[in-house]
Ligand binder design. Structure first.
Ligand SMILES: [Zn+2]
Length: 880
């Protein structure tokens, strides 16, 4: 699955049915241990993966879907094999299903419903090697699992639709099953819907025939040649248009309803074939299913979901074909969900604790595709950003990818399985080398296809293929948190002909994690050396004739760490010629970080990089970024003249975008404001107009406010990006009167990305009001909207609402938050809800205090700029 803002989650704690027929629930209030008492415990039994009594072999759904009523009715038939001799009772997961009868063949069985289960009494004489068929007849109006979308007044939906979302454990809302990824079964589905609607589901469309009811059609799908787990069962229904293509001899289908940009759909469809080819080659196992379907749906709660052979994507993802250059996101999402067809679907994590084996792989393989599709410099930039984000998160809050031990529920959440998972795989790739690493991955897939995996399965195969013993690696990077922070310096002694390199680990020891041990690569004038680091300070001496042109630390991007290297401008410039794209990317960052007069020897070279159309685009982007951070008046001149050249239409949209964003970091000069206003008014790309508005908002108040309101009210833009930046700008500069301009965007039914931006902006406006009645009045305009958003199915929306309420909520908000804490599945969000309730209880608004963080930050920013300006003026003086 792909979420916009990614937070790891684990299934909710729920009662485990411990013994046959008995459902015992222990209610424990709060952590089992007193605060401060530390005791590691194993995973609480049943909380992550419940025990099962049968093996489901086959699932057959035969359902009618009534879109207007939001109703599903029909039957679910499971062919199951008992795992226990003399099995007399079976419990399946279900929530809110009206089960009318349960049958074994012709025999009606006794059953009992509890809140989250159905318990079925089985006849005597069942033996463990004989399967039988269990049929449930039921109906439901699910408020989860199946999501209905209907056009109505004030609804953003433009056609009737229903789509399913099973991960993590929401299939139980629309069919009874063992709803954990520990049971694989084959699948077929028959769906009866009104004529004119199209059904999409997993696998091959076997038949499409008139149903018994007139005006209805029955669609029959079957997943051939593979099996799946419950969260990957999928259905979507709407008046879809269908586009088709092929990969090798297999059909590719793409579905969208309403007005979809034909060229953009074709672009994604063509890319899908290339992506499947690339992955099939690299993974050594061909794309595993007969057919691949991708369907764009309205208001999806994530960005994409990799149901087996039938991916769901959010409709907001489909941009225009022109947007492609500056927005690689749609392509990346298509690649991510395609990679999941192997990692997640063909091989599924055995419990969600090992979710990185799904998400880390999907993210990492997306990186590999993007490297192939957009070039190594693009990939290097992305990798540098990924390492920087994960390393700083791990410094702040060390968290393991896989939690092995638990601390009575009081421990923190696991690490982000997407980013940290991908970072760990990249480290393994560099450690083992491409040949061995990919050989091991190929064997891992071949060995575990149509199976369930956990981290040790991967470790075992990596060890077998490489000959390395990898406990040190898996312990540090998978089962423990944190990451190293390195300071590296080097000096050359000409008299002694000796090069000395000093490497220090300077990370703060947190959560019992102190020093790291790892191999570190150093590229010295093109030659890569690998050294083993395991102490706080390591020094190396090398005999050399002359000083090296540069030393590139970790040139191939093999270490998740924060690395600070001390080098001169000339050495960083020399590093730009490294054969390793990652070392080049690091050199651009090294230049950017130079301070004061240390920049001077490089300034002209960086200007030339930006101006030269023959320089590869990523380096020009890097140069624009450097100059926007240096921002002397001649740097700003260079940015402006580059923008003037680029706007002709023949230039690079990516560079235009970078320049517009960079100009938001410089001092507010009249010519900068005019250039940004011109881009806001005229640029053909929504994302560049949105960036121009953001940059203006960082520089100017009076001129941006009316433009922000106009943006908020303008026609639809790609992914609502112009409207969102309008809301952000109002958050920065808006006044109480502007709260009403944000009202429509804040309400439920508004696209969730816009809703979140509007709620944040409203909060920021209220926080600028003086403490007391005026602030209370401003808050009252949006508190109700925020509380309503706590019920939203979109995780990001709930996160936003919780954050806003923790700062603005009143006593009345507490009960709404407490109710969310009970029903929320996401571990991190539950923690934030508790913190929010505490924040509201302890807030003392009566005391006038500086709560306006934004204002402080702005003040700090202005002070920094003044200092920066003084420095520039001084430097200019020195040079004259
Ligand atoms: Zn995913």
């Amino acid at each position: 699955m792909l979420r916009l803002h990614l937070i790891s989650s684990r299934p909710p704690c729920r009662p485990a049915s411990l013994l046959l027929g008995l459902c015992i629930t222990l209610f424990v209030a709060g952590p089992a241990l007193a605060a401060g008492e530390l005791s590691l415990q194993p995973e609480p039994r049943g909380s992550i993966s419940p025990d099962r009594q049968v093996d489901i072999e086959h699932l057959e759904l035969d359902l009618s879907l009534e879109l207007e009523q939001g109703r599903v009715a029909g039957s679910a038939t499971h062919r199951v094999r008992p795992l226990i001799e003399g099995l007399r009772q079976l419990s399946f997961d279900q929530v809110g299903l009206r089960i009318e009868q349960v049958r074994l063949g012709d025999q009606l069985l006794t059953f009992r419903l509890s809140d989250e289960h159905v318990h079925v009494q089985l006849p005597e004489g069942l033996v463990s090697d004989q399967s039988f068929e269990l049929r449930f007849d039921y109906s439901a109006e699910p408020d989860n699992g199946l999501h209905f979308r209907l056009p109505a007044r004030n609804s953003p939906d433009s056609y009737p639709e229903v789509w399913s979302q099973g991960e993590n454990e929401d299939s139980r809302y629309w069919f009874p099953t063992y709803d954990a990824p520990r049971d694989r079964f084959t699948y077929e589905g028959r769906y009866t819907v009104a004529k004119g609607l199209r059904v999409v589901s997993n696998g091959t469309l076997v038949a499409q025939e008139p149903a018994d009811r007139t005006g209805y059609t029955r669609w029959h799908y079957r997943l051939d040649g593979g099996d799946l787990v419950s969260y990957l069962v999928m259905v979507a229904v709407a008046p879809y248009q269908e586009w088709t293509g092929t990969w090798r001899d297999r059909p590719l289908h793409f579905y969208a309803a309403g007005d979809a940009d034909e060229a953009a759909v074709r672009g994604l469809l063509d890319r899908t074939g290339a992506i499947l080819e690339f992955f099939s080659d690299l993974i050594g196992t061909d794309y595993p299913y007969e057919v691949y379907r991708q369907v764009l749906v309205q208001r999806f709660i994530y960005t994409g979901m990799e149901n087996t052979a039938a991916t769901v994507l959010d409709r907001g993802l489909l941009g225009s074909a022109e947007d492609d250059a500056i927005n690689p996101w749609p392509e990346a999402v298509v690649a991510h969900e395609a990679a999941h067809q192997w990692f997640g679907d063909l091989l599924t994590c055995r419990t969600f604790r090992h979710l990185w084996l799904n998400e880390g792989f999907a993210t990492f393989f997306t990186d590999l595709w993007m490297e192939h599709s957009r070039g190594p410099a693009f990939a290097a930039r992305k990798l540098r950003q990924r390492y920087a984000t994960v390393a700083s998160q791990q410094q702040r809050r060390p968290s393991p990818l896989v939690k092995r031990f638990f601390n009575g529920g009081a421990e923190g959440a696991a690490a982000n399985p997407y980013r940290k998972g991908a970072a760990v795989l990249q480290m393994l790739r560099v450690l083992l080398g491409d040949e061995v690493f990919f050989r091991a991955i190929r064997r891992y897939v071949a060995q575990w296809h149509n199976g369930l995996v956990q981290s040790s399965d991967l470790q075992r195969i990596l060890e077998q293929e490489s000959g390395l013993y990898l406990d040190w690696f898996f312990d540090q990077w998978v089962y423990m948190g944190g990451s190293p922070k390195l300071k590296i310096s080097h000096s050359f002694d000409a008299n002694e002909s000796r090069l000395r390199i000093v490497i220090r680990q300077v990370q703060e020891a947190k959560a019992g994690i102190g020093l790291f041990q790892f191999p570190l690569e150093l590229e010295i004038d093109g030659q890569v050396e690998r050294i083993w680091i395991d102490s706080k300070e390591s020094a190396i001496q090398l005999e050399r004739e002359a000083a090296p042109g540069y030393i590139a630390v970790d040139p191939r991007g093999g270490l998740l760490a924060e690395i600070e290297t001390q080098q001169s401008a000339a050495q960083w410039l020399a590093q730009l010629s490294s054969p390793h794209p990652y070392a080049v990317e690091r050199a651009l960052q090294g230049l950017r970080a130079l301070k004061g007069s240390a920049r001077e020897p490089a300034r002209q070279s960086v200007h030339q990089l930006l101006a030269d159309p023959l320089v590869p685009i990523e380096r020009r982007l890097g140069a624009a970024e450097i100059l926007s951070h240096w921002r002397s008046s001649e740097d700003v001149d260079a940015l402006l003249s580059s923008l003037a050249r680029e706007r002709a239409g023949e230039g690079s949209a990516a560079l235009r975008w970078e320049l517009v964003r960079g100009l938001g970091r410089v001092l507010p000069r009249e010519d900068v404001l005019v250039a940004l206003e011109e881009r806001l008014a005229r640029d053909p790309l929504d994302r560049i107009r949105a960036a121009a508005l953001s940059s203006l908002a960082r520089l100017e108040e009076e001129r941006v406010r009316p433009r922000a309101i106009a943006a908020l009210r303008s026609a639809v833009s790609e992914d609502w990006v112009v409207q969102r930046r309008g809301a952000d700008a109002l958050g920065r500069w808006g006044r109480v009167d502007d709260l009403s301009a944000l009202a429509a965007a804040r309400r439920s039914g508004s696209p969730s990305v816009l809703q979140n931006a509007a709620l944040w902006a409203s909060l920021q406006i209220a926080e600028r009001e003086p403490v007391g009645q005026r602030r209370e009045l401003a808050r009252s305009a949006f508190l109700g909207d925020a509380e309503a958003m706590l019920h939203d199915r979109n995780l990001r929306t709930r996160q936003t609402a919780v954050s806003v309420l923790s700062r603005a909520g009143d006593r009345g908000s507490i009960s709404a938050l407490e109710a969310l804490a009970v029903r929320e599945d996401n571990e991190s969000l539950r923690e934030r809800v508790h913190a929010a309730v505490k924040a509201i209880r302890t807030r003392k608004d009566e005391e006038p205090k500086e709560t306006d963080g934004e204002l402080k930050a702005r003040l700090k920013g202005l002070e920094d700029r003044i200092k920066e300006m003084e420095r520039s003026v001084k430097e200019l003086g020195e040079r004259r």
